[in-house]
Design a protein around this ligand. Structure first.
Ligand code: Q46
Ligand code: ZN
Ligand code: ZN
Length: 305
């Protein structure tokens, strides 16, 4: 297999695009395609200040790298959840994020430690509040709150996450399987801000397969944490990913078509409505000021009472 641009041996073959590229031309193609996605969905401009949520994994570090290369005003945010999992998950992933930041003199990494700030790891909060060993619901709530808080306090207009096509297709599959219309309305590469003064949320890597972001980090020599969060095991989204991967194996391009046709149906036919249609009545939490549908104190602040 030869690179389409220069004829040298290819480093990656993307069957769904009938495109093979070499170690030099693939990263360049990845950066160009990310820029096309940013422009297509009007995610942000060079005037915006962007905060990338960095987990230390391949997708978020690839995203940060691409945005820095494209010359955007972008910083990183690492949220230390205090997860150990027998191998120091949070410690190792934080080190990877910090090591990446040293590659660029201009890259600034904000670090927020949940145990230091609030006195408990997310596992301890989940156990105290809900008597559960599965902290994912609490984790999602805390991450959302902290991302909004840091973005607001430090003046970022856009929050970017490294969700890839495999993530988005699996979420879509789950939403369709259970006809979660509200979630289908809100599933989008760009989400308006949750409230006044908050940042909008974007997913610039949503059109890349996981394998493509992995190839990018490899060819760019970016070191990341290979292990997933220990609580990711057994999540339904993983089962959905496996099902779709099987379908992709039989018919290359399945995930891409599934996701892109969904976005097209939303955009061109108004199917499922837009994120704005499903925005419920929000008002500021009396403790932290972030928008909430609750009558007084938001779900995040209630975790600590
Ligand atoms: S929600 Fe659950 Fe993830 Fe939080 S506890 Fe780990 S698996 S990190 S995206
Ligand atoms: Zn080439
Ligand atoms: Zn609150």
């Amino acid at each position: 297999m030869r690179c389409r641009r220069c004829g040298e041996p290819a480093a990656i073959n993307m069957r769904h695009y009938k495109l093979a590229l070499c170690a030099e031309h693939y990263p360049a193609w990845f950066v160009e395609k990310t820029q096309r996605t940013i422009l297509k969905y009007r995610m942000f401009t060079y005037q915006d200040r962007i905060l990338v949520a960095v987990s230390g994994g391949k997708d978020s570090l690839a995203l940060w790298d691409v945005l820095l290369q494209l010359g955007y005003q972008v910083d990183g945010l690492y949220i230390d959840l205090g997860i150990d999992g027998g191998f120091g998950y949070s410690t190792v992933s934080k080190e990877k994020a910090q090591a990446f930041a040293t590659r660029y003199p201009k890259a600034h990494l904000h670090i927020v430690s949940i145990p230091n700030l609030y006195g408990e790891s997310i596992v301890e909060v989940a156990h105290r509040k809900h008597r559960t060993q599965r902290p994912c619901a609490v984790c999602g709530l805390i991450k959302r709150h902290e991302m909004n808080r840091v973005a607001l306090e430090a003046g970022y207009t856009v929050l970017a996450t490294g969700h890839n096509l495999d993530d988005e297709a699996a979420v879509l599959f789950g939403n369709v399987l259970h006809w979660k219309v509200g979630y289908l309305q809100r599933q989008s590469p760009v989400l308006p801000a949750d409230g006044e003064g908050l940042a909008r949320k974007v997913k610039p890597l949503c059109r890349f397969y996981e394998r493509e972001t992995a190839a990018y980090t490899l060819l760019r020599d970016i070191d990341y944490i290979y292990d997933e969060c220990p609580y990711a095991k057994g999540a339904t989204s993983i089962t959905h990913k496996e099902t779709l991967t099987q379908m992709e194996h039989d018919a290359p391009g399945t995930k891409l078509q599934f996701y892109l046709h969904f976005l097209q149906a939303k955009q061109e036919q108004g199917l499922f409505g837009t994120p704005e249609d499903s925005t419920p009545d929000m008002h500021p939490c009396s403790q932290c000021g972030q928008p909430t549908t609750a009558t007084d104190i938001c779900a995040f602040c209630r975790l600590w009472t």
